[in-house]
Write a protein that binds this ligand. Structure first.
Ligand SMILES: Cc1ncc(COP(=O)(O)O)c(C=O)c1O
Length: 383
């Protein structure tokens, strides 16, 4: 047997997906487990979106779609960029993908040559460095810590720029930190891209989940070199529908489309029609988003206060539905701490190792207040 490719053999499977699968499996076996692993809203997809999918199916909109996405959705995305972000991105500079994940994956395939460097700001979402490596790029880390609320210093970002740097990845609000970068920081980093001729990859998938402060798109500062990534999953509780999208320079968008055309062809046609409704039915969408945001806001206070009260330092952050908690008190090795939480407290979390967050674990608070309180009680009992 000649075996697998080097590319696949060296790829780390997503640790967040793996740990969540383990939690779900334990639960299937009857273990009473509180899973705080998933990057997934616990709300159901809103009914008005499901209805649109049912209408699309009934109308026979069940065939292949163009690789860039159905024109109606590209128009809705362009209108969304204008309405919610103040960005002028025409439909032909947008592309619909199989989740935000595919937009990012294809993007790295489209812009990276072997050895090209991509700056990622840690603690980062596990997939950025792996996707960059899969495209034969080299991830270069800038680290942030709890002292700064996980906000990067633009001077440190500039310090990491070399002649091989091709792109800087920004993710505000961020996974796994929950940090919302101040506008000045986003502007300063986007200006670095202008100064050094780099791409900005702006992953804005958590933009609607901000509890204090405002969202800002770096594409305002670097419109010709920013690729803005977004999707249905987090804002509309549509993780399983697998719809993401990107907007940016024409040639880069064409690169993303070309990779899709030779791999997935297009995202699911029915889900695309559902997404048209999610974006265009602004009133219903806003109602849903506000409801979810207020629920997350309340849960954030419970978990941040609760973990700090237990002596597990956890900075108050302003976005997404994650907190990174310093679990040295349980075990200085975050993998051991996560194992203890799983085996003794029956609370599943993601160890910070693959996020570049040593001594920390990530709690997702996209679960009910009852579960969060129960998890805190269980953690207290093992401390
Ligand atoms: C930071 C970030 N970007 C992108 C995604 C991809 O989301 P999806 O592919 O479900 O749209 C996720 C999902 O967890 C994420 O956390």
């Amino acid at each position: 047997m000649r075996g697998l490719s080097k590319r696949v053999k060296t790829m780390k499977p997503s640790s967040t997906v793996a740990v969540n699968a383990k939690a779900l499996e334990l639960r299937r076996q009857g273990v009473d487990l509180i899973a705080m692993t998933a990057g997934e809203p616990d709300f159901d997809t809103p009914q008005f979106v499901k209805d649109a999918a049912a209408r699309a199916m009934a109308a026979g909109k069940t065939k292949y779609a163009p690789p860039a996405g159905i024109p109606e959705l590209r128009e809705a995305i362009s209108a969304k960029f204008k309405r919610e972000n103040g960005l002028e991105i025409p439909p032909d500079q947008t592309v619909v993908t199989v989740g935000g994940k595919q937009a990012l994956f294809n993007l790295f395939q489209a812009i990276l040559d072997p050895g090209d460097e991509v700056i990622v700001i840690g603690p980062y979402w596990v997939s950025y460095p792996e996707m960059a490596r899969f495209a034969e790029g080299v991830p270069v880390e800038v680290n942030t810590g709890p002292e700064s609320g996980f906000i990067p210093d633009p001077a440190e970002v500039e310090h990491k720029i070399t002649p091989r740097t091709k792109a800087i990845v920004l993710n505000s609000p961020g996974n796994p930190t929950g940090a919302v970068y101040p506008k000045e920081v986003l502007i300063a980093i986007a200006e670095l891209a202008n100064k050094h001729d780099l791409y900005i990859v702006s992953d804005e998938i958590y933009e609607h989940l901000i509890y204090e402060g405002e969202h800002f798109s770096p594409a305002h500062v670097a419109p010709d070199r920013t690729i803005t990534i977004n999707g249905a999953a987090k804002a509309y509780a549509m993780t399983g529908w697998r719809i993401g999208y990107a907007g940016g320079p024409k040639d880069v968008v064409k690169g993303i489309v070309d990779v899709s055309s030779q791999s997935t062809t297009s995202p699911d046609t029915i889900a695309q029609w559902a997404m048209v409704e999610a974006l265009n039915n602004v009133e219903e969408a806003q109602k849903f988003i506000s409801m979810a945001r207020e629920a997350y806001r309340a849960r954030r206070s419970i978990i941040v206060d609760g973990l700090n009260a237990l002596g597990l330092p956890t900075p108050q952050v302003n976005g997404a539905f994650y907190v990174l908690s310093d679990v040295s008190k349980i075990d200085p090795d975050e993998n051991q701490a996560a194992l203890k939480l799983l085996n003794e407290a029956r609370v599943a979390v993601v160890p910070g190792t693959d996020f570049a967050a040593p001594h920390h674990v990530r709690f997702s608070y996209a679960t009910s207040e009852v579960n969060i309180r129960k998890a805190l009680e269980r953690i207290a009992s093992i401390l």
